[in-house]
Design a protein around this ligand. Structure first.
Ligand SMILES: Nc1ncnc2c1ncn2[C@@H]1O[C@H](COP(=O)(O)OP(=O)(O)OP(=O)(O)O)[C@@H](O)[C@H]1O
Ligand SMILES: [Mg+2]
Length: 483
């Protein structure tokens, strides 16, 4: 059993001879950003991944956007002696993970909590819906939630398994015309009708709460749902099936709806397992790969927030290269609450515009900035995007400096004058243009330069007799080779 205080001070990477990143600081969240080929994945990313893997108790979840991610992590794990802890989850691995079944039956308080399942699904359904302009429309959000609430309640009362395919069967068999529920054809052929009949058949065993739940569910099914106009009703149906359809067919049905989990999030916190979600978006298609990665991410995030450090103090990480694809509306909440849970969230992305776009903002606005504000460590590689350069410069801050000014003019009486002087102005400590000049690696140069910012830290390497307090930023060279 590891001692609770063994690892927080372990060095993950050295920023300089006199500055290191301790494991406990990684729990503030890490952003690595820079232009394509700037060395995020192969230099700083790799060094941090190695640092985390070298703490033997660390578990984690690795999401994959690019196909090479899995091979990189298998290599990192071998290099750090962690191969035995890998769980590579893909279509051929023999592993399966029914996230819904896990959420419904998992250990701990709140298992089988309907509202938590609904929140899970509405987060999944809201992915990528920003372009539809409906993601924050309360009608759609509430409408979807209501539909799921009634359907899941019905399945639960009937003692059926809560699975994506069962939810789908109920939704597809709901009556669509008022009074259809009274017609014999519907009563005979509809799965929904069969569930209601089976619950009524065991009415003697229902508790008063269950009776009342059944009453509300049937009111929704018999009256409310058929009374919706055709268009909003089919739109709600489409919103559900847009997300769920992927899971109805194999291999995904077998992998995600079998009612079994061959691994669990608890294995990362209790046994130091590292799960690789090997469903890269570039191979499985944008929406499918993304939904699978995010479904695992949401499940693991929830489990990590629930875990008790007294049972298992082990640190974990969430690795998200190309993280713009995996960002959800729950990330801010997670980032704000996970600090005490020993979770290192590592996010790699080219620039902050990518992130803004996924968060539904045309320009980096409050959502993007509040997300970024929750990541305490920022590694800025060479950058071509002006917004990100400005953001990086703003993050480091401004100071009063004497800036040169030069005035020349003519007073009109042939006495032209010129003056040179200085004035005290608030200026960026590191100008935005400096981020465009950082060194990028290439086939011969293995080093990527970055300016590192760590919230609340002054770097020892920048302390001098003239500047005893030091700077809040540091230029660091990250190598892609073992150091
Ligand atoms: N082992 C290697 N040998 C030679 N060159 C390499 C090696 N690994 C990476 N590179 C090169 O180093 C550069 C940085 O690549 P890297 O993948 O780290 O960039 P990145 O910032 O993650 O970019 P992207 O945003 O495209 O993911 C690229 O030009 C890449 O071709
Ligand atoms: Mg990369």
């Amino acid at each position: 059993m590891p001692q609770q205080d063994d690892f927080p001070n372990r060095a993950i990477v050295g920023w300089s001879e006199s500055d290191m990143l301790p494991l406990e600081s990684t729990w503030q969240g890490i952003l690595i950003t820079g232009s394509p080929q700037g060395g995020k994945s192969s230099c700083s990313g790799k060094q941090i991944a190695h640092g985390l893997l070298k703490v033997p108790e660390t578990g984690g979840l690795v999401l994959t956007a690019k196909a090479e991610e899995t091979q990189n992590w298998i290599r990192y794990a071998k290099e750090c002696g962690r191969e035995k802890d890998l769980v590579v989850f893909n279509a051929e691995s023999g592993h399966c993970f029914d996230f819904l079944h896990y959420e419904w039956t998992r250990p701990g308080r709140g298992a089988g909590d309907l509202e938590s399942i609904i929140d899970f699904f509405s987060t999944l359904v809201s992915l990528g819906r920003k372009d539809a302009g409906q993601s924050h429309d309360p009608f759609w959000e509430r409408g979807n939630e209501q539909l799921m609430r009634n359907v899941i309640k019905l399945l639960d009362l009937a003692g059926e398994r809560i699975s994506i395919s069962n939810i789908d069967r109920v939704i597809k068999s709901l009556p669509t015309r008022p009074d259809e529920y009274e017609e014999e054809a519907w009563q005979k052929n509809s799965y929904c009708a069969q569930l209601i009949a089976s619950i009524r058949a065991r009415q003697d065993t229902l508790t008063p709460d269950q009776w009342s739940d059944l009453d509300f569910a049937t009111q929704y099914i018999f009256r409310k749902w058929p009374a919706f106009d055709e268009r909003p009703r089919s739109s709600l149906e489409m919103t559900w099936s847009g997300m769920a359809d992927k899971f109805l067919f194999n291999p995904f049905n077998r992998l995600f709806c079998s009612g079994k989990c061959s691994f669990t999030p608890e294995m990362t916190t209790h046994e130091g397992k590292i799960v690789i979600c090997d469903f890269p978006m570039l191979e499985y298609g944008h929406e499918t790969g993304r939904t699978i990665n995010v479904a695992l991410k949401l499940t693991f995030q929830r489990a990590w927030l629930r875990r008790k450090l007294a049972d298992s103090p082990n640190p974990v990480f969430l690795w998200q290269d190309e993280m713009q694809y995996f960002v959800t509306r729950r990330d801010n909440f997670f980032q704000q609450t996970c600090r005490g849970s020993r979770v290192a969230v590592v996010c790699l992305t080219q620039n902050i515009l990518n992130l803004a776009e996924e968060l539904g903002e045309a320009q980096p606005g409050s959502k993007t900035k509040s997300f970024l504000g929750n990541l305490g460590i920022k590694i800025f590689h060479q950058q071509n995007d002006t917004e990100t350069c400005n953001y990086a410069a703003d993050q480091i801050g401004r100071t009063y400096r004497y800036l040169d000014n030069f005035n020349a003019g003519s007073s009109g009486d042939n006495h032209s004058h010129a003056s040179v002087g200085g004035s005290r102005q608030l200026a960026h400590i590191v100008e935005p243009i400096e981020f465009t000049r950082l060194l990028k690696p290439d086939s011969r140069n293995p080093y990527a330069q970055a300016i590192v910012y760590q919230s609340g830290k002054a770097f020892n390497a920048t302390k001098t007799a003239q500047n005893p307090a030091g700077n809040n930023y540091l230029s660091v060279l990250f190598s892609r080779n073992e150091e």
